[in-house]
Design a binder for this molecule. Structure first.
Ligand code: BES
Ligand code: ZN
Length: 853
């Protein structure tokens, strides 16, 4: 691959034309679809002559300008555009073209998922449907007519409200939909299929009715209840917390099996990956239920933060995504456990975003250039973006933050805006200057905060120094402005002082009057997305005594890290850690929180701290520590297990989920002993439990410590669920994550399994994606893991470039590897970039990783 064009934010120009209305007619057939697109277009820049429409693979039938058919001298079909020459100030343009949804394996634009026609247009899919000014700041009112076979496609949906249904002949029928809200093309959607549905309603706070529908393949209707409940919870929450009401009579959600991402917020017609809709206790884990609740909320919240107010251009993506993730995080925190949710969010941020931030693909939450915007739906834009909004929330406080979001909605409703506009509202209603804070939008990398403490005669001095990494291009970056929640504790854990410091300088002293030497509790609630580096530590104390649950968790993690690093240096296990661990085991705590406190640091967490990643010592240390803890606390762990193991309970309340999470944590730790007793216990759990949560934990343990039992239970599981693709995802991912020998061979063979299908992104992520996160085998010394995944990337790139570039994410760790792995990985990655037909999606990621341009 050569020369890929880079797009820069600084080159942004207003559109020369705008679309007032867009009336679309889709005639859907088994081989192709015909699209008739009638646009009312207005010239904004009177100096422009030609109208340039985005268009990919255009098969044009006819064009009419103000009802006059254009001959070929009046337009040019360019590589990615349709150019209509010399147009007037205001005109009607009709374009008729043909597309092939059945052949669309990229899953962008109009495609087929099984027997369902559906669309995915964010960010630039619409141009694959019909020529259009396909950019988010061009907002039009859409009317959509669908015509299709009545028997195969009884359900015909698009955005907004249904205007008419009609019968054409005895075979075909149609429907027209009208969406009164002007919107960018990326929010356009249609669906046609033979679908089952569940129905409900919601009365908004001003008394308006909204009818709610969730569509799915027939037979799955009963699995939509949790999603429906979550939708109503989301609607209520957005009214209560942000004062935002729903604005259409109808809210449709459609679940499809083939989807590149999680879900999409199309106005009035959300399209979801079925993994984030369908669930019952027999087939979904507690984690799945939680994820459904949060994704449903996320897409619902976009109705205001994304749809009513959208992005001016794709560089502003975090305007809607960062903010909406923050909103869905708060929603889940309010409906479940605040403490647990915060810890889980931070953990996810560190596992994915910190890794990205430390790699050559690091970018600010608002990037200033890209090759493919599809590659920028990243953990940085999303999760770090959400942390940035959270910092604003912390700086302003609840009340002012609400005033500021009110001002944002009032001022920018129905506009396409920039992150600067959002910051303007925050600053104005919040009464603070956010000039320095803006750096969070334009700088990349994770800042470190060095903490130095000094205590002398009634005075405690805290010296905080920001260590700011350089940008990827080597340029220097400046200190940040952020809130830092902290407290000083006395030796009983009581707070002597608790406050939020505002950090803005590169280095600053904070002085506190106190007669006794305090214990520092810092970055409470993870108030800023930074890495704290402390010379002194009081992990054991804070694990026990801090009121702030995040700091308790953090201290347990840091203590775990320190203990494992000592082991890696050949030192003995620190008995103080074992004691602190035992103390948690014996404490009365919320069970889900307790399960988190008992989790040992991940391999990723340890890797990130190494100058040069070396995997083996990490696994060894982890295994050793697990064995030691399991042996030291065997009785206690079994006691907790027995107390909380309720195989016939499938309730989803906090208590039942807490019981499952603590007993499964105990069982997992015990499995380090590989004893007959634990194998029996896991086997019994697989056979007796009625929840998927319990069964996958048992299967996973058996897979790793008891091959013979594993074979039996896996066969049983496969037989029972082979037709349920969402469950098969779990099956493939469990096998691909196995720590047993021969994983690569098994993964390769599983590609031929009847339940596997390379066209379905969920299955590819479960099998190949999980393998690429299985460090032990992905990074195996001979480089066979790299070769396998690279072969798959090259294959899959031909089918679906977005899916392929997602898989390439596993290589982001390249720069940190030891020289042996690095050399092996580089050879494979060079193979990718020298592939002549490689997509720009994959090229962008891989060329940045190995730094060629
Ligand atoms: N707008 C995105 C979906 C999207 C973006 C789909 C680009 C395809 C291409 C949606 O709101 C979103 O962010 N979805 C997330 C899940 C969410 C809970 C973070 C996703 O699909 O991963
Ligand atoms: Zn989103």
């Amino acid at each position: 691959m050569s020369k890929v064009e880079t797009i820069y934010l600084k080159d942004y120009k207003k559109s020369e034309f705008t679309v007032k209305t867009c009336d679309l007619v889709f005639e859907l057939f088994e081989e192709y679809a015909q699209v008739t697109n009638l646009m009312h277009i207005i010239k904004v820049d009177k100096n422009s002559k030609d109208l340039l429409l985005n268009s990919v693979d255009l098969e044009l039938i006819e064009i009419y300008l103000d009802d006059v058919k254009l001959n070929e001298s009046r337009y040019i079909i360019e590589k990615e555009h349709l150019r209509v020459l010399d147009v007037g100030d205001e005109f009607k343009l009709i374009i008729i073209n043909k597309i092939y949804p059945q052949l669309n394996s990229e899953l962008e634009g109009l495609y087929k998922s099984g027997s369902i026609f559906c669309t995915q247009n964010e960010p630039e899919g619409f141009r694959r449907i019909t020529p259009y000014i396909d950019r988010p700041d061009v907002m039009a009112v859409f009317r959509t007519t669908l015509v299709a076979d009545r028997e195969r496609y009884p359900i015909l949906l698009s955005n907004g409200n249904r205007e008419t249904n009609f019968k054409l002949d005895d075979k075909r029928h149609g429907a027209t939909w009208f969406d009164p809200h002007p919107k960018p093309s990326y929010l356009f959607a249609l669906v046609a299929g033979d679908l089952g549905v569940i129905q409900d309603k919601f009365v908004t706070k001003s008394g308006k009715y909204a009818r709610l529908y969730i569509y799915t393949d027939k037979g799955n209707e009963s699995k939509c209840k949790h999603a429906m409940k979550s939708l109503k919870e989301s609607m209520k929450w957005d009214e209560d917390v942000y004062g935002r009401e729903y604005d259409l009579d109808l809210y449709n959600i459609v679940a499809v099996d083939s989807f590149n991402m999680g879900a999409m917020e199309n106005k009035g017609l959300n399209i979801f990956n079925s993994a984030y809709v369908l669930a019952d206790e027999d087939s979904a884990t507690d984690g799945n239920f939680m994820a459904i609740q949060s994704v449903i909320a996320h897409e619902y919240f976009h109705n205001w933060t994304g749809n009513r107010i959208t992005c001016r251009d794709w560089f502003q993506l975090t305007l809607k995504e960062g903010l909406t993730v923050f909103r869905d995080q708060c929603f889940s925190a309010d409906l479940n456990s605040k403490e647990v949710k915060r810890i889980e969010d931070v953990r996810a941020l560190r596992e994915r975003q910190f890794v990205e931030d430390g790699s050559p693909t690091a970018h600010p939450i608002q990037p200033d250039s890209y090759m493919t915007i599809n590659n920028f739906y990243t953990a940085t834009v999303y999760e770090k973006g959400a942390e940035v909004i959270r910092m604003i929330y912390t700086l302003l406080g609840e009340e002012k933050y609400r005033k500021a979001t009110d001002l944002y909605f009032e001022t920018f409703d129905s506009q396409a805006v920039r992150t600067d506009d959002f910051l303007w509202a925050m600053s104005k209603a919040g009464g603070i200057d956010l000039k320095q804070f803006e750096r969070w939008y334009h700088q990349s990398g994770t800042p470190k905060l060095q903490v130095d403490e000094k205590f002398e005669e009634g005075k405690y001095t805290l010296t905080l120094t920001q260590i700011i990494p350089n940008a990827v291009d080597g340029s220097e970056q400046k200190p940040y402005y952020f809130p830092l929640k902290m407290a000083l504790l006395d030796d009983s854990g009581k707070e002597i002082e608790a406050k939020t410091l505002t950090i803005s300088k590169e280095s600053e002293d904070f002085v506190f009057k106190t007669n006794l030497k305090p214990i520092l509790s810092i970055n409470r609630d993870f108030s800023a997305p930074i890495i704290v580096e402390q010379a002194e530590n009081n992990y054991a104390f804070l694990m026990k005594h801090d009121k702030n649950s995040f700091v308790r968790y953090e201290s347990a993690q840091s203590f775990g890290v320190a203990t494992m690093e000592a082991l890696m240096r050949g030192e003995a296990i620190d008995e103080a850690f074992v004691k602190a661990y035992g103390h948690i085991l014996g404490s009365e705590l919320d069970l889900s929180f307790k399960a988190l406190l008992l989790e040992l640091p991940s391999v990723t967490a340890l890797m990130q701290r190494q100058e040069e990643v070396d995997f083996e010592p990490i696994y060894e240390a982890k295994e050793k520590l697990e064995k030691h803890l399991a042996a030291a606390f065997e009785d206690k762990l079994l006691e907790i297990y027995t107390q909380n193991h309720k195989p016939l309970c499938k309730e989803l309340d906090a208590k039942s989920m807490g019981e499952r999470s603590i007993k499964n944590r105990c069982l997992k730790l015990l499995s380090a002993l590989k004893s007959d007793k634990i194998i029996e216990t896991a086997n019994a759990q697989y056979n007796d439990s009625i929840t998927m949560t319990d069964r996958v934990v048992a299967l996973d343990i058996l897979e790793n410590i008891a091959p013979l039992h594993a074979k039996v239970s896996q066969e049983h599981f496969y037989k029972r669920y082979k037709n349920d693709t969402l469950v098969m995802n779990k099956y493939f991912s469990l096998l691909a994550s196995s720590q047993r020998e021969g994983v690569l061979e098994r993964v390769a063979a599983l590609q031929n399994d009847d339940a596997y299908n390379e066209l379905v992104p969920n299955l590819v992520r479960s099998l190949i994606g999980s393998f690429s996160r299985n460090y032990k085998y992905f990074h195996a010394k001979e480089g066979l893991g790299y070769k396998f995944v690279v072969d798959k990337i090259i294959d899959i790139d031909k089918i679906n470039p977005q899916m392929a570039s997602g898989l390439a994410g596993a290589f982001k760790i390249y720069e940190k590897l030891n020289s042996v792995n690095k050399k092996l990985m580089r050879a494979e990655l060079e193979r990718v970039v020298s592939e002549p037909s490689i997509s720009k999606n994959v090229y962008e990621i891989v060329s940045k990783i190995i730094k060629i341009s």
